[in-house]
Design a protein around this ligand. Structure first.
Ligand SMILES: NC(=O)c1ccc[n+]([C@@H]2O[C@H](COP(=O)([O-])OP(=O)(O)OC[C@H]3O[C@@H](n4cnc5c(N)ncnc54)[C@H](OP(=O)(O)O)[C@@H]3O)[C@@H](O)[C@H]2O)c1
Length: 324
């Protein structure tokens, strides 16, 4: 079968469309004929050798997919690896029926972005299902800051947060990206190239701040995100797009009883009960048509390198999907 193989850690230049053996599923796996694959920032990091504990080349890339099982069931799933191929073997608990009416491209754009987005709100303590409820859950409209709001996870978090009734603040690098976020439910768009988001949020909230900040950037942005938090607020650390370690504003943390939490779908995906809860919680919004993945670009798998370049150059809006 054809597959996209990461042959070296040279980024997009190290990807090759190669013939590899069709995987043999174990007793607890199904074989899925792949129709579409979601592209993630993690794929870019993996191709550059920067993903934590990522595999060494050569390996088949692809974290999430949609397709059809040998029994004819239309499914979408999270494989972490090897999904960018004509067939993928996937274990029970890591694949789910496709929502009715959704295309395979929409389904491939769902798992990583929406599970991560739901888990961010869950970890922020803002959901009924949260096991560490936050004080802000009592507020009529908790405020949330989403960085990289125009990216894959960002667009999902804006959409979900709006559906859940939160007041959403989002940062992005251009007015064009921010304009496209308004219809998804972004209340306050901040072009961080023009405006200091810490100052802007202080102004927009009369100095009160936001109840949660989702930080996928790290470096100075962790300290600045903490600076945006209201009393008892939480920063959720879930990535380091800047390539730097997070810096902390401990004086603000002491002064306003703030806390920092971590989140990694790679690990939490093994908690099938939690993932089931996330899917059950989002399914009424999927059925109601409010929640639908935002696909910014589609490429055939032969152009996977171009798809990764789009992410590297930060030109994507929403999700990038590969089709087979
Ligand atoms: N912990 C988890 O479980 C988990 C799961 C999924 C994703 N993540 C993390 O979440 C982040 C977003 O992932 P995604 O797949 O949604 O990515 P994406 O669609 O490619 O979005 C990334 C966006 O981040 C912004 N950005 C800001 N500073 C950046 C920098 N120094 N380098 C690159 N991008 C920068 C860019 O938007 P602007 O141009 O608008 O700034 C870029 O388009 C990544 O850090 C990823 O590792 C974590």
């Amino acid at each position: 079968m054809k597959a996209i193989v990461v042959t070296s850690h040279e980024g997009p230049a190290g990807l090759e469309l190669r013939d590899v053996p069709v995987p043999t599923p174990t007793a607890h796996e199904v074989l899925v004929q792949v129709e579409a694959v979601g592209v993630n920032f993690a794929d870019v990091l993996g191709a550059l050798g920067r993903y934590p504990a990522g595999p060494n080349p050569p390996y088949v890339m692809g974290r999430e997919f949609a397709g059809i099982t040998e029994e004819g069931q239309r499914v979408m799933g999270y494989a972490q690896q090897a999904a960018c191929a004509e067939y993928v073997a996937v274990a029970e608990g890591y694949y789910w029926p496709q929502p009715e009416g959704w295309s395979s491209s929409q389904c491939a754009a769902f798992p990583v972005n929406y599970l991560t987005a739901w888990l961010l709100y869950w970890k922020a303590g803002l959901l009924a299902e949260s096991i560490e409820p936050a004080a802000a859950r009592q507020k009529t409209r908790p405020r949330v800051l989403i960085h990289a709001a125009a990216g894959g996870v960002g667009t999902a978090a804006v959409q979900l947060g709006h559906i859940l009734g939160f007041e959403i603040f989002g940062t992005a690098s251009s007015p064009e990206k921010l304009d496209k976020l308004t219809p998804l439910g972004l209340d306050h768009g901040i072009d961080y190239k023009l405006d200091d988001y810490e100052e802007r949020i202080a102004k927009l909230t009369d100095g009160e701040g936001v109840d949660a900040a989702f930080d996928c950037l790290a470096g100075e942005h962790t300290a600045k995100s903490i600076g945006c938090l209201a009393e008892f607020g939480r920063v959720i650390l879930f990535g380091n797009a800047t390539g730097e370690r997070p810096r902390f504003n401990t004086s603000a943390m002491y002064a306003r009883s703030l806390s920092a939490h971590g989140l990694w779908l790679t690990k939490l995906s093994a908690n099938h009960a939690l993932i089931r809860q996330a899917l059950d919680s989002m399914s009424p919004y999927i059925r109601g048509g409010q929640l639908h993945p935002v696909i910014g670009a589609k490429f055939p798998i032969s152009a996977t390198a171009d798809a990764l370049r789009l992410l590297l150059e930060r030109k994507n809006f929403g999700k990038v999907v590969l089709t087979l």
